[in-house]
Structure formats: structure tokens, C-alpha cells
Design a protein around this ligand. Structure first.
Ligand SMILES: CC(C)(COP(=O)(O)OP(=O)(O)OC[C@H]1O[C@@H](n2cnc3c(N)ncnc32)[C@H](O)[C@@H]1OP(=O)(O)O)[C@@H](O)C(=O)NCCC(=O)NCCS
Length: 156
């Protein structure tokens, strides 16, 4: 892992352009600034952004009724394998605990070995499968793995 200069901070609507930029570099179907702002302002919405000279990553979550959910996590290709996603996830988990969520869920494409590896390292376990959940255009549909983290367990 090479060292990086990164500022990780809770995101507000002001960060929507940076977050949209990071998201667009990571996904084929990028989220718009408007979508990001809407989720941020919605019930239980929260997010973190990693900033360097350019936006280095973003995570968006929702915590409601004792449960937290990761809505999206994105790190541009040039910033990967340097711990940015791990830092974003750790901040998101910390916040979920702070608002008394007792479990955190996320969905991930069954073929996304990078993300599944990241989540397993953080303690997430396999909780279910949603068949044909993702539309990958010409590449057809893909199943989503549902993963869960028990937030009541002590951190390792
Ligand atoms: C998945 C993603 C967020 C990982 O971001 P990242 O900043 O590179 O992740 P980190 O550097 O924190 O990686 C932490 C660990 O996750 C695992 N991991 C991350 N990328 C991996 C890869 N390409 N292959 C295998 N394991 C990987 C490794 O265990 C890694 O630790 P290591 O680098 O010490 O081996 C990034 O690749 C991404 O944005 N991908 C496209 C969008 C996406 O898939 N988002 C998640 C959707 S649910």
C-alpha cells in the first residue's frame, strides 16, 4: 500500500459534486448530484467523502429503526488498494453504532470479488441472495449477495 494524502469527512450537500465525480469514475451508471443530495437529506441519510487533490471516494448510508444500510461505496480506479474504501467503511460503521443501529446490511454483485473481500475483512457475513437483482445491460442480470454486520459485537 502506498501512502496517500487524504481528508475523510462527513459529507453535506456541498460535497455532492465531489461525491458524484468519485461515483462516476467507479460505476457505469453514475448517481447524479441531485440523487446524492436527495439521499443525504432523506430520513436517516448520511455519507462520508474522501478528498485529496481530486475526490478519492465516497460512501452513502441510511440508518433507520435500528438498522443501517450501505447504499453505495465508490473509489476511483486510480485511488484503489490504498485503504480508502476501508477508511470510508470504518467511518460509516462507527456512525451507525453512534446512532444505535444494531446491524448493518449491504448488497453486492456476487461477481464483485474486490468488494466482497473488503466487506469480509470488516466482519460482514453472507446473509442471503437476491436473484437477478442487478441489471448489467448487455452482460445480463446478476445476483446480489446480501451481507450483514452485527454492530452489537465488540470491534476486533
Ligand atoms: C470495491 C472498492 C470500493 C474497494 O476500494 P479500495 O479503496 O480499493 O479498497 P481498500 O484499499 O480499502 O481495500 C481493502 C481490502 O479489500 C480487498 N480488496 C479491495 N480491492 C480488491 C481487489 N481488486 N481484489 C481483491 N481484494 C480486494 C482487499 O482485502 C483489500 O486489502 P489489501 O489491499 O490490503 O489486500 C473499489 O474497488 C470500487 O470502488 N469498486 C467499484 C465500485 C464498487 O464495486 N463498489 C462497491 C459496490 S457494493
Amino acid at each position: 500500500m502506498t501512502s496517500i494524502r487524504m481528508k475523510l469527512q462527513p459529507a453535506t450537500a456541498v460535497d455532492a459534486p465531489a461525491m458524484a465525480s468519485a461515483h462516476a469514475q467507479a460505476f457505469d451508471n453514475p448517481w447524479t448530484e441531485a440523487t446524492i443530495e436527495e439521499l443525504l437529506g432523506g430520513p436517516g441519510g448520511y455519507a462520508f467523502v474522501a478528498l485529496g487533490e481530486d475526490p478519492m471516494g465516497m460512501i452513502m448510508c441510511r440508518a433507520l429503526g435500528g438498522e443501517a444500510e450501505v447504499l453505495t461505496l465508490a473509489v476511483p480506479p486510480w485511488a484503489r488498494r490504498r485503504g480508502v474504501a476501508s477508511a470510508l467503511m470504518t467511518a460509516a460503521i462507527h456512525r451507525a453504532r453512534a446512532v444505535d443501529a444494531n446491524q448493518m446490511f449491504l448488497e453486492v454483485d456476487v461477481d464483485n470479488a474486490a468488494a466482497i473481500g473488503l466487506y469480509e475483512r470488516l466482519g460482514f457475513t453472507h446473509a442471503g441472495l437476491r436473484k437477478a437483482y442487478y441489471d448489467r445491460g448487455a452482460r445480463g442480470r446478476a445476483d446480489a449477495l446480501v451481507m450483514r454486520l452485527d454492530l452489537t459485537l465488540p470491534t476486533g
